[in-house]
Design a binder for this molecule. Structure first.
Ligand code: ZN
Length: 150
């Protein structure tokens, strides 16, 4: 019997904090961090660090790096900081929130010159999130100082 194309190895995300192998957990599993179903997550139970997977991903490709409590908090702060820009972009370009958010992230990552493969919030480290939040604040302040903002 002939063997077809080799099947690509499924991803094995590592924990940034301890270097251990993350495990895939689903709702109801002992390691699963939520009560409700938020889709499968890759989790490092000892570090309580986790990340979700891409929607409809056959191999459960992780969305980014595993995030511990501090990074999750920082990502949520960055998300909040970004939302006014996203709303402005939706109004100006007439695009939906998903597209506007994608564009805003691309702009942000390019502006900061961050060495990340994919322009999503989940690719960022704690330091990079802090840098991004700071950058947005400065950007907003600079815009606010202009007499006419069109
Ligand atoms: Zn770990």
């Amino acid at each position: 019997m002939r063997v077809g194309r080799p099947i690509p190895a499924p991803p094995q995300p590592l924990c940034d904090y301890c270097g251990g192998k993350a495990v895939l957990a689903r709702v109801g599993d002992e390691a699963y961090p939520y009560q409700e179903d938020h889709g499968p997550v890759w989790i490092c139970p000892p570090c309580q660090a986790w990340i979700g997977v891409r929607a409809r991903s056959k191999h459960h490709t992780p969305l980014g790096r595993l995030a511990d409590a501090a990074l999750r908090e920082k990502k949520s702060q960055l998300h909040d900081a970004l939302e006014p820009l996203v709303a402005a972009k939706m109004r100006r370009d007439g695009v939906n929130a998903f597209e506007a958010r994608g564009k805003a992230m691309k702009w942000l990552i390019a502006s900061l010159g961050l060495p990340v493969d994919s322009p999503t919030i989940h690719a960022l480290s704690l330091e990079q999130c802090e840098q991004a939040i700071h950058f947005i604040a400065e950007f907003q302040a600079a815009r606010g100082r202009k007499p006419s903002d069109s």
